[in-house]
Design a protein around this ligand. Structure first.
Ligand code: PGA
Length: 253
């Protein structure tokens, strides 16, 4: 049984003060919820405060939205895996489509980050997904395969246990247009098949695959009810504590 994992990707939103009041209310809403892993990935500036407030909580895990693969040195503007580990960050989102599209990240760069994260004891949430143009051209499966092979090069079957894959069709991110549960299930099944080729069927069966792209309280249950959808990576709808808690609850319903 794969334990569902619901992650908040706050992107470039939320000050430290907003983080404090969000957590206060979110904790109350998810207090009765069990059997689902919750991750919050705030901007770097709020990680230290959130870490302090969570105090090693088993229920709500800390995530980061990015990191660099070098250990330290002259890399202005970047943050290393050990800096995140020092703050008890457990998950790191890597290869998000905004990183790929706005900041020019390639599969080769994402791969270096994935390998470094795993070697440093961080669990990558590896994002993959096709653009609208690629889907319209019927190329979505090929795109997913290329991204997975490129980003996971050199990752062993044992390490795959610590990897979460997020399928995020680019056309569904922040657009209000989510993939239908059937479209998402079809893509997730394909992702799992590629993972089985990269490792083995037993390993692939254990990897959690999140769906991301306009997940909201109203559509969460139908997406999370699909056999290969093991969680959600939530952007816009995670910025509001009550709404995000409803998505978390949909994972255990
Ligand atoms: P969205 O973003 O939920 O706002 O569509 C999802 C994501 O980019 O991870």
């Amino acid at each position: 049984m794969r334990k569902k994992i619901i992650a908040a990707n706050w992107k470039m939103n939320m000050t430290v003060a907003e983080t404090v009041s969000y957590l206060e209310s979110f904790r109350v809403h998810v207090e009765p919820v069990n059997g689902v892993e919750i991750v919050i990935a705030p901007p770097f500036t709020a990680i230290a405060k959130l870490s302090e407030l969570l105090g090693g909580s088993q229920k709500i895990r800390l995530g980061a939205q990015n990191m660099y693969f070098e250990k330290n040195g002259a890399f202005t503007g970047e943050v290393s895996a050990s800096m995140l580990r020092e703050l008890f960050v457990k998950y790191v989102i890597l290869g998000h489509s905004e990183r790929r599209q706005i900041f020019g990240e390639t599969d080769a760069l994402v791969n270096k980050k994935v390998v470094t994260a795993l070697a440093s004891g961080l669990r990558p949430i590896l994002c993959v997904g096709e653009t609208l143009e690629e889907r319209d051209a019927g190329r979505e499966k090929e795109v997913l395969e290329t991204q997975l092979r490129g980003s996971l090069a050199g990752v062993t079957a044992a390490q795959m246990n610590d990897v979460v894959v997020a399928y995020e069709p680019v056309w569904a991110i922040g657009t209000g247009r989510n993939a239908t549960p059937e479209q998402a299930q079809d893509a997730h099944k394909h992702v799992r098949e590629v993972l089985a080729e990269l490792t083995d069927a037993g390993t692939a069966a254990k990897v959690r695959i999140q769906y991301g792209g306009s997940v909201k309280p109203a559509n969460a249950a139908s997406l999370l009810g699909q056999p290969d959808i093991d969680g959600a990576l939530v952007g816009g709808a995670s910025l509001e504590a009550l709404g995000f808690s409803e998505i978390v609850k949909a994972a255990v319903a």
